[in-house]
Write a protein that binds this ligand. Structure first.
Ligand SMILES: Nc1ncnc2c1ncn2[C@@H]1O[C@H](COP(=O)(O)OP(=O)(O)O)[C@@H](O)[C@H]1O
Ligand SMILES: [Mg+2]
Length: 332
């Protein structure tokens, strides 16, 4: 298998005044070249820390890499110097953030911002730059690109700004695109357009994509693989269909039940998940989902579940799935 990225046993903490926050706790996942993986989970479960670790964007301190490797094209990014990372970041790996207004420069014309990133990595003439900016805006379906390259971010709507962000990220033709909640700030119709656009880019440019979201509904169309994060850990991962139709972890089941379906009866109840994830200052000894799980057993409180392989790359960390569990009739 040709993996562009392999995250192995990655653990990242923050040293704070109040103690250590164990934000990412020994996660492992791979991104196959040309494929899309979605990382899903509630707010605060470590998705952005994972993304920023790959980009090496976390300030150290307070961040500390406690364990693991981030292997991109066969090389561990955790061993790279800042100057080596500068050559990779915004070039071979690009990132799109949730809020385009904070990442776009309000004082610079949009066309110039698209070309600027590429200029850091290779020489291009003014006319080449102009053509690149127009081509990128065309690619992300911004109308009238010749006029738009000379406008400033505030002249764009929210959805159009997010397209510009994607144009900037794609201008260097990255091998890996990381999109951290790229559609969260947008309304549903624009969300769908941005996802369609990312699918188009993946197909046309064979870009590998990591899409991060707290909304499982968002990923159904675009992801090949899914990794579900909870309290800094991956608790289930595998092929999208495998997880949708053969869900193994009670948390994933609840996440799926909280996605509104298009053909849903209006009287049908939408289940949001009660309670909130545990504090990562003192993570629970056993399963992190223990106190919110209606299927919890005694062992779950005391011992962290092992990762069970269900075949075909589908794994889950839940004692219910342990092969030696003595099944009580009617429990599931
Ligand atoms: N700079 C920081 N200092 C201390 N704690 C942090 C810092 N950045 C993130 N965290 C903590 O790490 C955990 C994971 O955060 P994050 O990855 O942003 O979650 P999300 O899944 O919503 O993207 C949270 O508990 C958050 O409070
Ligand atoms: Mg986040």
């Amino acid at each position: 298998m040709d993996n562009i990225l392999e995250v192995k046993d990655l653990a990242v903490s923050f040293q704070t005044f109040f103690g250590e926050v164990e934000a990412v706790r020994n996660i492992s996942f791979n991104v196959e070249r040309g494929k899309t993986i979605a990382i899903v989970g509630e707010s605060g479960c470590g998705k952005s820390v994972t993304a920023n670790s790959i980009m090496q964007l976390l300030p150290k301190p307070p961040a500390v890499y406690k364990n693991g490797e981030i292997v991109f094209n066969g090389e561990n990014l955790l061993n790279k110097s800042e100057s080596e990372m500068t050559k990779i970041r915004g070039n071979k790996i690009s990132m799109v953030f949730q809020d385009p207004m904070t990442s776009l420069n309000p004082t610079m014309k949009v066309g110039k911002q698209i070309v600027e990133g590429v200029r850091k990595h290779r020489k291009i003439s003014n006319s080449e730059g102009k053509k690149l900016a127009i081509d990128m805006l065309k690619l992300v379906s911004v109308p009238q690109p010749e006029k738009r390259i000379n406008q400033y971010p505030h002249e764009f709507s929210g959805g159009m700004r997010q397209r510009v962000m994607i144009a900037i990220a794609m201008a260097s033709k990255p091998e890996l695109l990381i999109a951290d909640e790229p559609t969260t700030a947008l309304d549903v119709t624009v969300q769908a357009q941005i996802l369609d656009l990312m699918k188009k880019l993946k197909d046309e440019m064979n870009t590998s994509i990591i899409i991060i979201t707290h909304d499982l509904g968002v990923v159904a169309d675009i992801a090949d693989e899914l990794a579900v994060m909870y309290a800094g850990q991956i608790i289930e991962k595998g092929k999208l269909n495998e997880i949708y139709y053969n869900t193994k972890h009670p948390y994933t089941k609840k996440l799926l039940a909280s996605v509104p379906k298009i053909n849903m009866d209006r009287n049908e109840e939408l289940h949001s998940i009660e309670g909130s994830p545990p504090d990562l200052y003192i993570p629970p000894k056993g399963c992190s989902f223990y106190d919110r799980c209606d299927k919890a057993m005694r062992i779950c409180e005391e011992h962290m579940p092992e990762f069970i392989d269900h075949g075909n790359g589908h794994c889950s960390a839940c004692w219910l799935n342990h092969p030696q569990r003595v099944s009580k009739g009617g429990v599931e």
